[in-house]
Design a protein around this ligand. Sequence first.
Ligand SMILES: [Zn+2]
Length: 128
Amino acid sequence: MDIQNIIAAIRHNRIRITDHADEEAQTDHLSFEENMKPFDRCPICNGKLVEKEVEKLLKGGVHTAVLTVRAEVCLRCGERLYASDTVKRFEQIRHKLELQQVGEFQPLGQSFTVEQEVLDAIDEATTL
Ligand SMILES: [Zn+2]
């Protein structure tokens, strides 16, 4: 891809970040700029992209937040592509979660861990 196409893509706000890249950047502590690429088709399978509202789960420290955002979603494989502004928002929310700055967020149920002995008990119950 040549640089003029990339510049044009940035100007037209066509930069999209895949859900996979966002998760990877989070894991590797990279900024989204290091992952962003412009796409017309799905970068994974070359499928057609449609814009829709999706639910995104964000984790920071012990907390989790659920938000609804616009994304381009591949009709074939389901990969999601986010606008760079959306990924910036993800980073800010993760940061707030890590710092426990959750006062402005709406509580949504509770989160649990399921220990091995509970899993074993479930397995036993389902094999009866
Ligand atoms: Zn795809």
